[in-house]
Design a protein around this ligand. Structure first.
Ligand code: SF4
Length: 415
């Protein structure tokens, strides 16, 4: 354990689902938020210096980390350094921020951007955010619900307040749907030297006269996931679910289910709560950071959240929800994070589409498996965390291995 996995109880779903601009929750949202808090503490400073380490130093350019920090410090003299040599021993997304006045250091924070837009300051246990749930594992939650005759939505309402959380989730659902519509209506090229063409609309319209049911399912789910993933890559407004890079999976699946089964928004909002509990279990027991545990922690978690939501929408019981989330995560184990040029584009956007299809399939498969599974969601979350720790840093959001390396080693593509 590194102090980030397994030692915390769950926080509010408001700390998981965050509305903001892409492309990266750990490389833009988290650093931006931390910088703003630090800046507001030192309004009298005349200069700020930021030193990015680890994954932030290696893929910060592609993920726009320096751009967003400069923006947060607009009006101040700002120096940003990329230190790729420093060994991050606590978290791979580390940065220092220093405030100066008349060339004298006023204060300094070492900040860890731990994924999903959250951050921690060295020396402080938490970022002033309360852990409001008492249970830690999914099994503990299941047992609590069984004892108190609650479903997962009731469980969330009990700890977060029904009115407050349903209003919050309604807003989240609005933004998710809007990001799908924005992405479907947009055309053109995603910013960056890959010059990647937006594909959501093209996939959505790829309808043939005899569209078989399977193709329709893949076409719709993928186009919705592409739409949100492309919005994220273009810096549009999205919801972290659980991160920016994996933000397309859950909205795509919920939108698909809503359309296909004519499900009212009130029920979708409950499914969002279910997905949130699943994401929170991963966030507090393992990690949702690609820099810490690879893409299994981002896309794998998003797929589990979406699969659990589908199971809930299909009125499956708690065991099947557990199993759906487990199946979805299990088959992402070992998935590396290797974004080409450090952009949240290749393989990220397509990965959202594939995971959306897999989430629906996982829940449907689970509905057919009547026996209790030998592997639980908690087990697979622990496994994901251990696997992530064993992954070479080349495969943890550094763009030093995998597709990122292959693409840039290829003379044809090399710039
Ligand atoms: S490969 Fe996965 S974890 Fe890495 S940036 Fe892309 S979506 Fe995030």
């Amino acid at each position: 354990m590194n102090g980030y996995g397994g030692e915390n109880n769950m926080q509010s779903l408001k700390e998981l689902y965050k509305i903001g601009n892409g492309p990266s929750s750990s490389h833009t949202m988290g650093p931006k938020k931390a910088t703003e808090v630090f800046r507001d503490k030192h309004r009298d400073a005349d200069k700020f210096k930021v030193i990015l380490y680890g994954s932030l130093a290696k893929t910060g350019k592609g993920h726009l980390t320096d751009f967003i920090i400069k923006k947060a410090l607009e009006g101040y003299q700002t120096e940003i350094k990329f230190d790729t040599k420093f060994k991050c021993t606590v978290h791979p997304n580390t940065f220092d921020i220093i405030a100066y006045k008349n060339d004298k250091v006023l204060d300094m924070w070492r900040v860890y951007s731990i994924g999903g837009g959250s951050f921690r300051i060295e020396g402080e246990k938490e970022t002033l955010i309360k852990e409001i749930y008492k249970q830690k594992s999914f099994l503990e939650i299941r047992e609590y619900c069984k004892k108190n005759n609650l479903d997962l939505y009731d469980y969330v309402c009990k700890f977060e307040g029904k009115k407050e959380i349903s209003e919050f989730l309604s807003q989240i659902w609005e933004v998710m749907q809007q990001s799908i519509l924005n992405g479907l209506n947009a055309k053109g090229v995603i910013p960056g030297k890959l010059k990647l063409k937006r594909k959501a609309r093209e996939v959505f319209e790829n309808k043939t006269e005899h569209d078989i049911e399977d193709k329709t399912k893949i076409r719709l789910l993928s186009s919705y996931a592409y739409a949100v993933g492309e919005e994220n890559a273009c810096g549009g407004v999205i919801v972290t679910a659980p991160t920016c890079g994996a933000c397309g999976v859950l909205p795509a699946v919920l939108y698909y289910m809503k359309q296909k089964y004519n499900i009212p928004d009130e029920k979708i909002i409950k499914a969002l709560a279910v997905a949130g509990v699943i994401g929170n279990v991963v966030k507090s027991n393992a990690s949702i950071s690609g820099a810490e545990c690879g893409c299994q922690a981002e896309i794998g978690t998003a797929c589990s959240m979406a699969a659990g939501a589908v199971a809930y929408l299909l009125n499956l019981d708690m065991e099947r929800i557990d199993n759906s989330a487990e199946v979805a995560m299990e088959h992402h184990l070992g998935l590396t994070c290797d974004p080409v040029y450090g952009y949240v584009q290749i393989p990220c956007i397509e990965r959202n589409a594939v995971a959306a299809v897999r989430a629906v399939d996982s829940a449907i498969l689970s509905s057919m498996l009547k026996e209790d599974s030998l592997v639980t969601f908690d087990m697979v979350v622990d496994t994901m965390y251990e696997t992530g720790k064993d992954l070479s840093t080349h495969y943890r959001e550094t763009s030093e291995g995998g597709l990122a390396k292959k693409y840039c080693n290829n003379k044809f593509f090399c710039d």
